[in-house]
Design a protein around this ligand. Structure first.
Ligand code: MG
Length: 259
């Protein structure tokens, strides 16, 4: 099932996306599926008549895993982490499909990082690795936008990773998917820049959920970014960046200057 959050001009609503490619319809839900489950109103809208929004606004946080693909660790000249490397992006960094990524004045080196994102479905702490699927609502696509110069300069990554618009999510949440071996592709202006497989993660999703919840509670609607494959690189105002995860869809953003 594909769960989308969308607007047709009124308040945001949730719905289930179905139908043939290019002619999809959205079956409207009664409310937020994280609160009330999936219940349909009986109304439908054409996907073409709707504007998709970020499929979830994280209830408390976006938890990110850094350096989770060996080839990406190598391209940045770092060592393989001995444990999952965890950092946070604020929920105010989240934007939806086709929302602009705003290039900040403070950086001269803003990079794309295409990633598989995990959407948490229930409150959880100390999740045993064999029960990780119990806490997952589904999966979406993310761009872990990063001001690479500020990341190196600041030490702490709050600014480099946390600007408004630095966490595009979408196009929807796919709830029925095996995330073990999916292709992750990032294109910049139509050129393929990243092409990885989730099977190459150093720490898999079960391990990551167990590790994160060993020290912090995850809430329904929190999002985990699972790390980026090799091939990261700079974006500039005017660029179009698209991240595709096999089995989910494509998340497209345009980079714009601040003014
Ligand atoms: Mg990343």
């Amino acid at each position: 099932m594909r769960i989308a959050r969308y607007t047709t001009g009124d308040d945001p609503a949730y719905g289930v996306v179905g139908g043939p490619d290019g002619d999809e319809i959205i079956a409207t839900m009664v409310g937020d599926p994280l609160y009330v489950g999936v219940e349909l109103t009986g109304e439908q809208v054409s996907l073409a008549d709707a504007r998709l929004l970020a499929p979830v606004i994280p209830r408390s946080k976006v938890v990110c895993i850094g350096r989770n693909y060996a080839a990406h660790v190598e391209e940045l000249g770092h060592d393989i982490p001995e444990e999952p490397l965890v950092f946070l992006k604020p929920n105010t960094s989240v934007v939806g499909p086709h929302d602009p990524i705003v290039y900040p004045d403070q950086s001269n080196n803003v990079h794309f990082e295409g990633e598989l994102a995990v959407v948490i479905g229930r409150i959880c702490r100390d999740v045993p690795v064999e029960r990780w699927k119990d806490v997952v609502l589904g999966y979406t696509v993310a761009n872990d936008v990063t001001a690479r110069d500020l990341q190196e300069k600041d030490g702490q990554w709050a600014r480099a990773k946390g600007f408004d618009s630095f966490c595009p999510l979408g196009p929807w949440i796919e709830t029925e998917l095996d995330p073990a071996d999916l292709t992750v592709t990032t294109e910049l202006n139509g050129d393929v820049k990243q092409l990885g497989k989730t099977s190459l993660m150093l720490y898999d999703i079960a391990t990551v959920i167990g590790y994160i919840t060993s020290f912090m509670t995850l809430l329904p609607g929190d999002v985990i970014l699972t790390g980026t494959p090799a091939g990261v690189g700079p974006m500039h105002p005017g660029d179009d960046v698209s991240v595709t995860v096999e089995g989910i869809g494509t998340l497209t953003s345009k980079v714009v200057s601040r003014d």
